[in-house]
Design a protein around this ligand. Structure first.
Ligand SMILES: *Cc1c(COP(=O)(O)O)cnc(C)c1O
Length: 399
């Protein structure tokens, strides 16, 4: 098959799943849906009662629903995912001037949250099986650069303290978190999991975010569950949860009228009106996951007979929420037959299919190009091979 026909085959396989589309009637990558939820009712209740801002019963209800679903002991709802990562890193002791180890492939917010604390992101390679932080690369990098200075772990090249590992679960695929946890324990490093894309994803029955010390969620507009904008931390540690509540509400000491604050803190709490939207979707969440998994099956069938590409599948012992359906081009296709993902994206956008590539590796962005990094071979390769397909649960209606 020549290259132009091959690209057309990809487009028609997608159209087989999502139905007709055009430049005038495009199909987005991921859209929120409040179909069959109580969203309007709960919003009206917020407005009628005047409880639209922080504090209010929907925040507690939303947090409880997340705990019930994920089996987290504690959940603290916050204003967005970036702030949730920043607060989590602060809570486990990341200080200005420290280094935090994280994968080179993630949304930019993961690295920005490290920088917001005055710490330095240190990039490590990924595992191409799940696009998450590679335990092997992490182990190699730590052996290469880390040394103990008393009970402080330092980077012997930069002299900075290494204070945390920040793993990320990409597109809903759980990273190899059990192996990463072993490495974090060996080096006595706290572990934070960025689960912005992984609500509804599990490893051996444990929800993403609950293997490490803290998991962080995002409820931004494009995520599997949205509160308009929002985030949360989940944890099994009661003192972390307690401090998260305190530091996300200006560290105010509870008192009927006095303004006494005992630390410099933030105003990070989720408003009630956002939590109302979150609760409405959370009540239907198993159904949303069901639709995502079904959409994955349909895509897989549509691409079965096409050689050279495959739909990425969850790994054994893990469950993906299939937030974004992910198409992987074979290396042979790219390196020998010179199929370029940008040409596929161009053709797709011309037909109104708003496909997206993977993010640029973070170490290639101008603000992070001088950040410390290990060998990033897999991160640089996967960028050329990956395309996200339209993944809204409502696409199932085209069956
Ligand atoms: C969306 C996202 C974030 C940031 O969440 P916001 O709510 O947009 O601040 C962080 N990390 C990853 C991996 C994300 O996908």
């Amino acid at each position: 098959m020549n290259s132009i026909n091959f690209k057309r085959e990809i487009i028609s396989a997608i159209q087989e799943v999502v139905g007709s589309c055009s430049k005038e009637k495009p199909i987005a990558l991921h859209e929120p849906s409040f179909l069959n939820t109580n969203a309007s009712k709960y919003l009206k209740d917020c407005i009628d009662s005047g409880w639209v801002s922080s504090a209010g019963s929907y925040v507690n209800k939303f947090e409880n629903e997340i705990c019930k679903y994920t089996k987290a002991k504690y959940c603290v709802a916050l204003v967005n995912g970036t702030v949730s990562i920043r607060l989590a890193l602060h809570l486990i002791g990341v200080k200005p001037g420290d280094e935090v180890l994280l994968p080179a492939i993630s949304f930019v917010a993961t690295a920005n949250a490290v920088s917001h604390l005055g710490a330095v992101p240190h990039f490590v390679d990924i595992d191409s099986q799940n696009i998450g932080l590679s335990p092997a690369a992490l182990d190699i990098r730590l052996r290469e650069i880390a040394k103990w200075d008393g009970n402080k772990l330092v980077n012997r090249i930069s002299g900075r303290r290494i204070s945390a590992i920040l793993a990320v679960h990409i597109f809903g695929f759980p990273a190899s978190i059990i192996e990463i946890k072993k490495i974090s324990e060996y080096w006595k490093l706290p572990l934070v999991e960025d689960c912005a894309e992984a609500l509804g994803s599990w490893t051996e029955g444990v929800h993403c975010g609950l293997t490490g010390d803290i998991g962080t969620l995002s409820f931004n507009g494009n995520k599997i569950l949205t509160t308009g904008g929002g985030g949360a931390i989940i944890t099994k540690n009661s003192s972390i949860a307690k401090r998260a509540r305190h530091l996300s509400t200006t560290a105010k000491i509870s008192h009927p009228w006095e303004y006494i604050h005992d630390e410099i803190a933030w105003n990070d709490r989720m408003p009630n009106i956002n939590a109302a939207l979150g609760l409405a979707q959370m009540e239907k969440f198993p159904e949303i996951i069901g639709r995502k998994r079904k959409l994955f099956d349909i895509y897989q069938k549509a691409f079965k007979s096409l050689n050279g590409v495959r739909i990425m599948k969850e790994h054994q012992k893990t469950k993906s929420n299939y937030w974004l359906i992910t198409l992987l081009l074979n290396e042979e296709l790219i390196f020998n037959r010179h199929i370029n993902k940008d040409e596929i994206l161009n053709l797709a956008h011309d037909c109104g299919l708003l496909l997206r590539p993977l993010w640029k590796p973070l170490n290639l962005l101008k603000m992070y190009k001088y950040s410390p990094a290990g060998v990033l071979e897999k991160s640089n390769q996967i960028e050329k091979r990956l395309i996200n397909l339209p993944s809204s649960p409502k696409l199932l209606n085209n069956e």
